[in-house]
Design a protein around this ligand. Structure first.
Ligand SMILES: C[S@@+](CC[C@H](N)C(=O)[O-])C[C@H]1O[C@@H](n2cnc3c(N)ncnc32)[C@H](O)[C@@H]1O
Length: 210
């Protein structure tokens, strides 16, 4: 029996989708078993999410300063998440969780009884070349998914050292029917690994509009 090129690519696409669905399912289970019980016990309003938390410096500092809220940091790189988790252990923080997961998959896995209160994206990869703009995390589809998983009136905070990415983000936010841009105060002042590397940064913020 001969197998065509199309059949092979359909097969690998199906395998890719299956693996993705399994990962999302696994993250959903973790959220329900580990984070949801803490959320219910502490009567927290919602979760404060850092996308691309790196080594977790900033989020650990924030979670230490506010025991009333639940903080979740996610990153694609296992080593960074492990380092972040060591900080959580060091300070024995019950309100802080770090997970290795891609942002879109995390949002898809997030159950509706665990809404997002605040989202932070700090120094995301700028993908400066035009042909790579589609890889930037801030996209209209991403903002819609984030809005769907967030409380009405929840906040999104964005910080970058890259002028072009700042302009991109302010424009995508402006064009989004799900977010209203504003100048909201950055709620926690502490350094992150990348904030220590860059002298200047630009900040923008928005509120979810449902
Ligand atoms: C430039 S670092 C910034 C780290 C940290 N926010 C800081 O200020 O030090 C960007 C981080 O985002 C992570 N990242 C990139 N795309 C991601 C995605 N789609 N989902 C989750 N994390 C992502 C990268 O692995 C990296 O650790």
């Amino acid at each position: 029996m001969t197998v065509t090129r199309n059949e092979i690519s359909n097969k690998s696409l199906a395998e890719f989708e299956l693996k993705r669905a399994r990962r999302i399912c696994g993250v959903g289970e973790y959220l329900k078993q580990k984070i949801l019980p803490t959320f219910v016990e502490t009567n927290a309003k919602g979760i404060c999410l850092e996308i691309g938390c790196g080594h977790g410096h900033w989020l650990t500092s924030y979670a230490k300063s506010d025991s009333q809220n639940i903080f979740v940091g996610i990153d694609l790189v296992s080593k960074r998440v492990r380092k972040a988790d060591r900080k959580r252990e060091l300070f024995d923080l019950d309100n802080l969780f770090f997970l290795k997961v891609e942002a879109g998959e995390f949002l898809q896995a997030l159950p509706s009884d665990l809404p997002i209160l605040k989202t932070f994206i700090m120094y995301p990869d700028p993908w400066p070349k035009k042909r790579h703009f589609k890889k930037r995390i801030i996209q209209s589809t991403f903002l819609k998914l984030l809005a769907d998983k967030s409380y009405s009136n929840s906040s999104l905070f964005f910080k970058t050292d890259h002028e072009g990415y700042f302009d991109w983000t302010t424009q995508v936010l402006k064009d989004s029917p799900h977010w209203i841009s504003g100048n909201h105060n950055w709620p926690h002042d502490a350094s992150s690994f990348f904030s220590d590397l860059f002298k200047t940064s630009r900040i923008c913020s928005a509120k979810n509009h449902k």
